[in-house]
Write a protein that binds this ligand. Structure first.
Ligand SMILES: [Zn+2]
Length: 307
């Protein structure tokens, strides 16, 4: 009896494993450079895709720690979603070169450039990377505007349908669902931030411009003198002066930025330092793009509304 049960169990296990394997084989293997793009890809792909992100939620998307495992992941990918606008310029190209995967090569259906169709802000008038500015094509932090997230979602859905036509209808349906979820959330976020129209804020890096444009706030200074250049005492002294005269009372930082520098400035300007990660999953209960935007808006409203 025992032996029989064992064989039965073994057979059942083998069948189950084969089912899992064939299911996994049928799923599109999607790699996104950052967790926000990965979250949107999951919403659009649903059960037809398996999504991994290369960057950790707490990592600077400009400076991701490249690992051999990233090469393996990219080598096996059917689709790669990158932010574009040179967001990943410092780390993605060498990984791709080593991964040798033509499915995700530049221009291939399996290569999604999220920034396609986004109206970039802060495009420099002169193209010069030698000054150290890492935003030389314009500002690549566009995902914090939910309207841009819809453009990105459409880019992802279009490429998914090209690579995997049999599920095209499902991708279209999921895109419509995502868009209506964003639309209803956007109204909520707008009313949460409406009392703070025109409020002046400071950010560590130039990474919240799309959000402040969308919600009618104003970034008056950045702690970095230029994107990617560390704050200097001379620049910080200038920022302190501007914050005092402009009445800016919040400084936004992300997990990988130097909070102590922000706190030094905050002490001299009676400001609050707000930790507002742009990537889902950096804080508890922020695992999806929408949940994370909820947290950004909630934290910002609380910080602007204090006292
Ligand atoms: Zn940047």
């Amino acid at each position: 009896m025992k032996t029989l049960n064992f064989y039965k169990l073994a057979t059942l296990t083998a069948v189950a494993l084969m089912a899992i394997a064939s299911q996994a084989g049928a799923q599109l293997r999607v790699v996104a450079t950052t967790p926000d793009l990965a979250s949107v890809a999951r919403d659009i792909g649903g059960s037809a895709v398996n999504v991994a992100a290369l960057a950790k939620p707490t990592e600077d998307p400009h400076f991701v720690d490249a690992k051999p495992s990233h090469i393996v992941t990219l080598n096996r990918a059917d689709v790669l979603i990158e932010g574009g606008a040179e967001l990943e310029l410092g780390w993605l190209p060498p990984l791709l070169e080593n991964a040798r995967n033509s499915k995700i090569g530049a221009g291939a259906p399996g290569r999604v450039v999220a920034s396609e169709g986004i109206r970039l802000i802060e495009i420099p008038t002169s193209f010069d990377r030698s000054k150290g500015d890492i935003h030389s094509l314009g500002n690549p932090h566009f995902m914090v505007d939910p309207v841009n997230a819809k453009i990105v979602a459409a880019n992802i859905a279009r490429h998914f349908a090209q690579v995997d036509p049999k599920n095209a209808a499902a991708y279209r349906t999921n895109l419509a669902k995502f868009n209506s979820a964003i639309d209803s959330k956007l109204a909520e976020w707008q009313s949460q931030l409406a009392p703070f129209k025109g409020a002046k804020i400071v950010t560590y890096h130039k990474d919240f411009g799309y959000l402040t444009n969308r919600f009618g706030l104003q970034v008056v200074e950045n702690l970095e003198p230029k994107p990617g250049i560390a704050p200097s005492p001379a620049h910080l002294a200038q920022v302190i002066g501007i914050m005092r005269s402009a009445q800016a009372h919040v400084i936004l930082v992300q997990p990988f930025q130097n909070r102590r520098t922000a706190e030094t400035v905050a002490r001299q300007t009676n400001a609050a330092v707000l930790l507002v990660p742009q990537q889902p999953g950096a804080l508890p209960n922020t695992n999806s793009y929408i949940a994370n935007m909820d947290n950004i808006v909630r934290t910002l409203a609380a910080g602007l509304g204090r006292k």
